[in-house]
Design a protein around this ligand. Structure first.
Ligand code: AMP
Length: 191
């Protein structure tokens, strides 16, 4: 299965994405994680990415798309993968479709959008209390997320791939909601 997992900062997307990838037995492809690893290893990609990440900016689409193209060519992605943190912009979403078609991979099966009410998100992020989590920075990140991601959501909505998941409640409750969407697709595959 090929799934895109979308959610604002503080929605618990990382946790749910890891759980879902384990459940589906597909690689969890987090572009943020790939970039952090490249930074730690001081590769050319890592050094370029640092210039953007350290300023709180998005890495340019061409660079991210190249990273994803290389990653999905790996044999462990043959049976699918779960994209986390990508695509973040409309050009990235369009490039992903082109990449999957060019590499003769199956198209996306599903896009999950984890939704949490904005007041609750702010409360969670403030509680997390990291240095970059002061209120003005949080509001700015949420606003940026909204403006960039909205066209991506509309793109997937128009193609009938988008499912919104209510992200409030315990992690188990959210995982249960996700499975009610994913299980019928799994069942239709195995029959
Ligand atoms: P994340 O862990 O997904 O929040 O990503 C950490 C940082 O990596 C982001 O703040 C961006 O600077 C960069 N990044 C990760 N994924 C992308 C993407 N799809 N497009 C652009 N920049 C990205």
């Amino acid at each position: 299965m090929r799934i895109v997992f979308i959610g604002p900062p503080g929605a618990g997307k990382g946790t749910q994405a890891v759980r879902l990838a384990e459940y589906l037995e597909v690689p969890h492809l987090s572009t943020g994680e790939i970039l952090r690893e490249a930074q730690a290893q001081r590769t050319a990609l890592g050094d370029i990415a640092s210039q953007y990440i350290n300023d709180g900016r998005l890495v340019p689409d061409e660079i991210i798309v190249r990273v994803v193209a290389q990653r999905i060519e790996q044999p462990d992605c043959d049976q699918g993968c779960l994209f986390d943190g990508f695509p973040r912009t409309l050009p990235q979403a369009e490039s992903l479709d082109a990449l999957l078609a060019a590499q003769q991979q199956q198209p996306l099966d599903l896009v999950l959008n984890l939704t949490v009410d904005e007041e609750e998100l702010i409360r969670r992020l403030v509680q997390r209390g990291r240095v970059d989590d002061h209120l003005a920075a949080i509001q700015e990140r949420l606003a940026e997320f909204r403006s960039l991601t909205q066209p991506v959501l509309e793109y997937y909505q128009s193609r009938g791939l988008l499912h919104n998941i209510e992200g409030s409640g315990t992690p188990d409750a959210v995982a249960g909601r996700i499975r009610t969407i994913v299980d019928p697709i799994l069942q239709s595959r195995s029959s």
